[in-house]
Design a protein around this ligand. Sequence first.
Ligand SMILES: O=C(O)c1cc(=O)[nH]c(=O)n1[C@@H]1O[C@H](COP(=O)(O)O)[C@@H](O)[C@H]1O
Length: 237
Amino acid sequence: MLAKPTGGAARIIPALDTGDLARAEALAAALAGRCGVLKVGLELFCAAGGPAVAAIARHAPVFLDLKLHDIPNTVAGALRSLLPLRPAMVTLHAGGGPAMIAAARAEAEKAGADRPILLAVTVLTSMDAAALAATGVADTPAEQVRRLAKMAVAAGADGLVCSPREAALLRADLGPGPALVVPGVRPPGSDAGDQARIATPAEAVAAGADWIVVGRPITGAPDPAAAAAAIAAGIPD
Ligand SMILES: O=C(O)c1cc(=O)[nH]c(=O)n1[C@@H]1O[C@H](COP(=O)(O)O)[C@@H](O)[C@H]1O
């Protein structure tokens, strides 16, 4: 499994959210060396599939963010199909429950020591309390993140995806072990877009994030490599 980063640029995971593989490859080439991991998400994977993972992995380890959420047998089968791509990290939705997470872990173990870090997504960073309430959850996002995180780690997740607002709570609840991968990160002054629970890169790392996921503030910048370098310069070790 990929070791946790110790500081600086290695903590940054740029999200290559584009349906254009050539553009994703150009971004990957520009950002390799200024980040620790590169994220292939739904947009790129739906457009270009497994070959996109192989192309991006030539530049840096790949976080394959497909947020799997289905019955245990189907999620285990999806993992079986994805493991030959050798992703460094894979996401599944914690809301799929303990049996789904345990089935994913059992499947991932078959890849041996080289297996991906299994990350359980808690409450999407685009959701505020009202959006969560609309799904039938009356608790605050922080309370729901804590509940899902404890369940997911007990069921076999290696780490969690949460917003920067919950990172310190999860460290207090779960200790230093679980990997915390934190999107909803915005450099000071940049547009929040559709993200609801945000903080700056420095705040996210100070709260306990191992890695921070940053998409549009890097990929939408005139010089993505310079944007990533500026973020790295502002992150404490
Ligand atoms: O799993 C994720 O990476 C993820 C979980 C979450 O709760 N929120 C979230 O924004 N993400 C991803 O993180 C990236 C954030 O992109 P930006 O908002 O452009 O920085 C996107 O690729 C999202 O798919």
